[in-house]
Design a protein around this ligand. Structure first.
Ligand code: GAL
Length: 830
């Protein structure tokens, strides 16, 4: 982890254009609708002082009246709209937000160029400089920049941004405000255009790689352009110098040879750096840095290839929020998420359903994770009343173009997604938008594939939409992969969304029943809704369009030409508590990791299937189930080992193995059927070891693992917890940098250190020293305590606390729950 952080710092230094400065401190903010607050003489003294990134809604109280939406989920077979709550997180993101800051420039700066760059502003941004309109951008997820030179005066300048979020503008929590970085880019009048470099690597052999550069320069005059390529140790590997005459805009292309290239791949993601310098009369007037990787990607009928090796996507979808911290982007929190995903075995991310913060892609580059950049969740036909469909006609071309221009040098990006579950599928895309967007992508980048996530496979295939994109994504369709290949033999595809089973960490519901007929397409919701909003972990409840992970594994094993899958989702996220629209829940239930970053049981299922380097031995349920004393329960073990034996208080329940295969029962006869039933015990037994009828007795449950030769290779046990005895505080990292977020995992344990998995009492949090309290959460979608106040109920024994470091030194953490108290000062800010 430390090594990765150092590398990221190195890259961040290289990445910034020489003249790019972040504009993050000393902003003023108000939620009050002033009408006009852009003027230089406007008095903002009584506005709140904030730093960017900032999310104005996440600190507020939850309230289910914030986001009542009248919607119809067609995917669920609904024909009439229904009222839903919590879809956007039950937080007050709707409304107007004003931000103002001061920025000083010199006379000399004004002879050159000054641009303002936003990495995303949620949403409908209108930007003013000294009261004058600089530009606007409705789409909250897109990066955009304006040339503001002409609006600036020498000395102090006022930058003001007006944002406006509408009700029913999103299907999940969008966040609110300047939630990503804002920067100023000062350059000479003659300079490399922002996002004006495109590096590709068309020819690669062991001996050498051809590196192709397309470069755009703005300005005037005779110049020398020097391009230098450095390896990841900072050593110059090749260089070229070219004399040019620039008259307004100049495009040049150059080719380089890198000898003995170190490839970007999943295990050793080597990166290179291109430094472009422009010289006039021998003097350097502009530099621009571009990080890239040398790698080859191919999209074949039998699979996706990276550097000529077939790679199956072990992917997850990711929304952009950080749970209790909200949408404000923190690089270290995205890194935390990705480290957990890597531990699970993830090699690919689909950024659902909008472009991420640019630093997220830097991290994918650095960690060796493949990425899909996705542009839209709506085209012309909306899903929610005030969604992107309102902007599509005016802005889609520009937004898609900017996404690609900004991100096209990331080696992690392998596909550009032009849309998710687009409603045009149902009308067979009458305006041929699929083709229109596909062509825009191709006009900028022919080195990667276009894609889209289709949920109506039948319509997408029949209308030809699925065949227009280079590689089709299908959402929740493992039952028909074989049929698609049979009927459309030239179609390349993958599971763009898979899974859809529901759970909350450490919850178990008995009796455990499986209904393979559950979730048949077109039937109304028949998933059992538990009164307490806590579905268990036996993978037997799912949304009607979803299914347990086992089914996707089985289908992908059977149809090994499918490129792989992207689970919905890697982490639980704010909003979309489907199917718990019961005015009780405010966050999602789908992921293997809960909203605060703690593993649910299915994390270990994916890990056992995906992480080739991990020895996995995990079982459930926990062993503190007083209501089940003397009753039968199933015990399920996720493992990479051959065989396992369960003991309850020393009594053996026998040695068992996984039982494969389970193919026939989930194959649908035709594409129209699309889905083919829910989870069965047979599916579960193919990917886990199950003891179906175990008599629960408090005490100890132990699993011993054996290899093929019956040699004991592992052991794991769970012990019935005694009375809560202590609060355990575990910092995730012991050293962080000033300004970074620190994370603590809190667990309630008994006298012997066993987790008390039914403890749900409140805890007070006090933070002092080198940090202040930022947020906390517990992974319970029904918990509606304010996320930014220092009280949190433990959920099934655990919670997570986030602190914001403010200065160098030790962070003092204190937690109190009833008679239990604990302190920790082991995180040092340096
Ligand atoms: C899909 C959709 C996702 C999310 C998911 C929940 O239909 O693309 O955004 O809503 O369902 O299962």
């Amino acid at each position: 982890m430390k090594h990765i952080i150092c590398l990221l710092v190195f890259l961040a230094t290289l990445n910034s254009t020489a003249q790019e400065t972040e504009l993050l401190k000393n902003w003023k903010f108000t939620n009050y609708d002033y009408g006009n607050a852009q003027g230089t003489d406007f008095n903002d003294d009584n506005w709140e002082s904030v730093t960017i990134p900032h999310d104005w809604a996440v600190q507020e109280d939850f309230n289910f009246t914030h986001d009542i939406q009248l919607t119809m989920v067609i995917q669920d077979g609904e024909t009439k709209p229904k009222y839903r709550t919590g879809r956007t997180g039950a937080l007050p993101y709707v409304g107007i937000g004003w931000y103002r800051t001061n920025y000083t420039v010199s006379e000399k700066d004004l002879e050159e160029k000054v641009q303002l760059l936003f990495d995303g502003a949620m949403s409908n941004a209108k930007v003013y400089v000294n009261g004058k309109y600089a530009g606007e951008r409705p789409f909250g997820y897109i990066s955009f920049h304006f040339d503001i030179t002409k609006l600036l005066n020498p000395g102090n300048n006022v930058i003001a941004v007006r944002l406006e979020n509408f009700s029913s503008q999103s299907r999940w929590y969008p966040g609110a405000g300047l939630y990503r970085k804002v920067s100023v880019i000062k350059t000479n009048k003659t300079h490399v255009k922002t996002w004006g470099t495109f590096v590709s690597t068309p020819q690669i052999t062991k001996k050498s790689a051809q590196v192709h550069l397309d470069l755009e320069i703005l300005g005037e005059g005779n110049c020398t352009v020097i391009n230098e390529i450095f390896n990841s140790e900072g050593v110059l590997v090749t260089k070229k110098s070219t004399e040019v005459n620039i008259n307004g805009e100049l495009k040049i292309s150059e080719d380089f040879t890198v000898k003995k290239p170190k490839l970007w791949n999943l295990k050793t993601p080597h990166l290179y750096q291109l430094k472009t310098s422009i010289l006039k009369e021998g003097k350097e007037i502009n530099t621009y840095s571009t990080t890239f990787g040398i790698r080859n990607i191919r999209f074949e009928l039998d699979g996706f290839y990276l550097n000529d090796e077939k790679v199956r996507f072990k992917g997850v979808n990711m929304h952009h929020d950080f749970g209790p911290v909200g949408a404000a982007f923190h690089k270290e929190l995205f890194l935390r998420q990705m480290m957990k995903m890597k531990e699970m075995g993830v090699n690919a991310i689909r950024f659902s359903h909008n472009p991420p913060a640019p630093e997220a892609l830097d991290i994918c580059d650095e960690l060796g994770i493949l990425a899909i950049d996705e542009a839209f969740d709506e085209w012309q036909i909306g899903k929610v009343l005030n969604g992107y469909s309102k902007h599509f006609d005016l802005w889609a071309e520009q937004d898609l173009t900017d996404m690609i221009l900004r991100d096209r040098n990331h080696p992690s990006i392998i596909m550009w997604s032009i849309g998710n579950e687009i409603m045009e599928q149902y009308k067979h895309d009458p305006n041929n938008i699929t083709e229109y967007l596909h062509k825009i992508v191709k006009s900028i980048d022919t080195t990667r594939a276009t894609t889209a996530g289709f949920n109506s496979a039948n319509n997408a295939l029949k209308s030809g939409m699925a065949a227009i994109v280079d590689v089709a994504g299908f959402n929740y369709k493992p039952g028909i992969y074989h049929k698609i290949r049979e009927i459309y033999p030239n179609l390349k595809f993958y599971g763009s969304e898979t899974g859809g089973s529901l759970s909350t960490r450490n919850s178990y519901k008995f009796p455990v029943t499986f209904d393979p007929a559950q979730s048949k397409r077109g039937t109304s919701l028949n998933t059992e809704l538990y009164e307490d909003g806590q579905p268990g972990n036996y993978e037997n409840t799912n949304v009607p369009w979803g299914y347990a992970p086992y089914k996707e594994f089985a289908s992908q094993d059977y149809n090994n030409f499918v490129y792989g899958e992207f689970v919905w989702t890697g982490y639980d996220y704010l909003g979309e508590p489907s199917p718990y629209h019961t005015a009780k829940s405010r966050s999602s239930y789908f992921a293997p990791v809960d909203m605060v970053g703690l593993e649910k049981d299915k994390f270990y299922l994916y890990q056992s299937e995906w992480n080739e380097d991990a020895d996995v031995l995990h079982f459930f349920p926990h062993w503190t189930l007083p209501a089940m004393e003397g009753k039968e329960i199933p015990v399920v073990c996720y493992t990479t080992y051959e065989k396992a034996e369960l003991f309850v208080n020393g009594k053996s329940y026998g040695i068992k193995t996984k039982i494969k295969p389970v193919i026939p029962e989930f194959l649908a006869e035709n594409i129209e059927k699309e889905a083919s039933g829910g989870t069965s015990m047979a599916q579960m037994k193919a990917y886990s070891i199950v003891w179906e009828n175990v008599i629960y007795e408090s005490g100890e449950a132990k699993i011993v693992a054996y290899n093929k030769k019956n040699k004991k290779v592992g052991e794991v046990s769970k012990i019935t917890a005694g009375t809560p005895y202590a609060i355990k505080i575990e910092p995730e990292l012991n050293a962080i940098k000033s300004g970074e977020v620190g994370v603590y995992v809190i667990s309630i344990v008994d006298e012997n250190g066993n987790l008390c998995p039914t403890f749900n009492e409140n805890m007070d949090i006090e933070v002092s020293g080198a940090a202040q309290f930022l947020a906390s959460g517990n992974g319970d979608p029904t918990n509606v305590q304010n996320l930014s106040k220092p009280q949190r109920k433990l959920f099934n024994g655990q919670a997570v606390i986030f602190v914001q470091s403010t200065k160098k030194g030790a962070i003092n953490m204190k937690t109190i729950s009833g008679d239990l108290k604990a302190t920790d000062n082991s995180i040092i800010v340096n």
